[in-house]
Ligand binder design. Structure first.
Ligand SMILES: [Zn+2]
Ligand SMILES: [Zn+2]
Length: 244
């Protein structure tokens, strides 16, 4: 399968040449094209991208606002996200439901949603994506993964949340007291080590990466990865990787 990092910017003001578009990816396998997320900066771009289907992680604007004027191809997501994006003018025939831990083939690519801790208003999932012999776990926004061992066990690559390198961005929801926000890249590298995942690619880049000296940030991330015996890369808009 091929993974194209269409966008790699988180929901932040800073942007630059490498991180301009909101975090989204295209999974390509045997001619099928499935787009993951379609945030604000993608509004009006769907026809050019021409995915066969769109899969959504959660209903924050940097992941779904590109669908607010509708979408003339199938959109797959879980009920929590439909509660918000159900208001968008997406034709009924294109509204497809996904259920956590119930794998579904979308255009020949297997997607299994795992609930992640991120937001109480916009509950999120990550996707374990399998095509051919390769599996990837894709989770751009999260504090933690429910069923982490099932989500990450045996995957070739973890694509994770780049909002912060080591600074905590976890808060408590005022009403429920549940943790919300983003865990650190350091913690996610630890998950990779613990679950035997050899490689992480950082997307949804935050101001540590986009707002400052990116080379310095990458050096810091590489050092953290090395200590945990994980390979790491920071994605940039347009980056492609092929897993064979
Ligand atoms: Zn986001
Ligand atoms: Zn989010």
């Amino acid at each position: 399968m091929k993974l194209t990092f269409l966008g790699t910017r988180g929901y932040i003001d800073p942007e630059n040449r490498r991180h301009r578009m909101h975090t989204a990816a295209m999974v390509t396998y045997r001619g099928a094209r499935v787009m993951i997320d379609c945030g604000e900066t993608w509004l009006g771009e769907l026809d050019d991208l021409s995915p066969d289907a769109v899969v959504v992680t959660h209903a924050h604007p940097d992941h779904v606002a590109g669908l607010m004027e509708g979408c003339d191809r199938p959109v797959h997501t879980h009920d929590d996200a439909w509660r918000t994006i159900g208001a968008f003018p997406i034709p009924k025939k294109h509204r497809r439901r996904l259920h956590p831990r119930r794998p579904k083939r979308i255009e020949g690519i297997r997607f299994e949603a795992f609930q992640v801790v991120h937001s109480t208003r916009a509950p999120a999932v990550g996707y374990r994506i399998t095509a051919g012999r390769r599996s990837v776990f894709y989770a751009p926004d999260l504090v933690a993964i429910h069923d982490r061992s099932a989500a990450l066990g045996g995957v070739d690559l973890y694509v994770g949340d780049g909002a912060t390198i080591t600074r905590s961005m976890v808060q408590r929801d005022e009403e429920t007291g549940e943790p919300i926000g983003h865990t650190t890249i350091r913690a996610q590298l630890g998950w990779c080590r613990d679950e035997g995942v050899p490689r992480m690619i950082v997307t949804h880049c935050g101001s540590d990466i986009v707002g400052g000296d990116e080379r310095k940030a990458i050096r810091e991330i590489r050092a953290l990865a090395k200590e945990r015996s994980v390979e790491v890369e920071v994605a940039h808009d347009g980056m492609e990787i092929v897993l064979r």
